[in-house]
Design a protein around this ligand. Structure first.
Ligand code: SF4
Ligand code: SF4
Length: 96
């Protein structure tokens, strides 16, 4: 699945994150957060289509719940939710 960086997952999910990226997947280095109430410290960007994850390229990232969460599409297809949110955002911009 290709994440289109709409931000929806990281701004609205309840996730378990790795606190200190340098320590990696170690006991005591995890934290559960509700992203509706607390922004993930690893989320970069402030605009639909421009969000990114600062720990996405860590070698342990594929073992995290965040990675599993993003695997709902088959193969290398664009994320459908992301396409919808980006289209809505473009249409809002046009109507400004
Ligand atoms: S760790 Fe990355 S993918 Fe997970 S919530 Fe934070 S920014 Fe999003
Ligand atoms: S909804 Fe899709 S495009 Fe948006 S952040 Fe989640 S995986 Fe990425």
């Amino acid at each position: 699945m290709i994440c289109l960086r709409c931000g929806y997952c990281c701004l609205t999910s309840m996730v378990v994150i790795v606190v200190d990226p340098d320590k990696g997947l170690k006991e005591g280095n995890f934290k559960a957060i509700n992203c509706l109430e607390e922004r993930c410290p690893h989320l970069c960007g402030d605009e639909v289509g421009q969000y990114s994850c600062a720990v996405h390229d860590k070698k342990w990232y594929k073992k995290t719940p965040c990675f599993s969460h993003g695997q709902i599409e088959r193969g290398n297809q664009n994320c459908r939710m992301g396409e919808h949110i980006l289209a809505e955002s473009r249409s809002k911009d046009k109507n400004k």
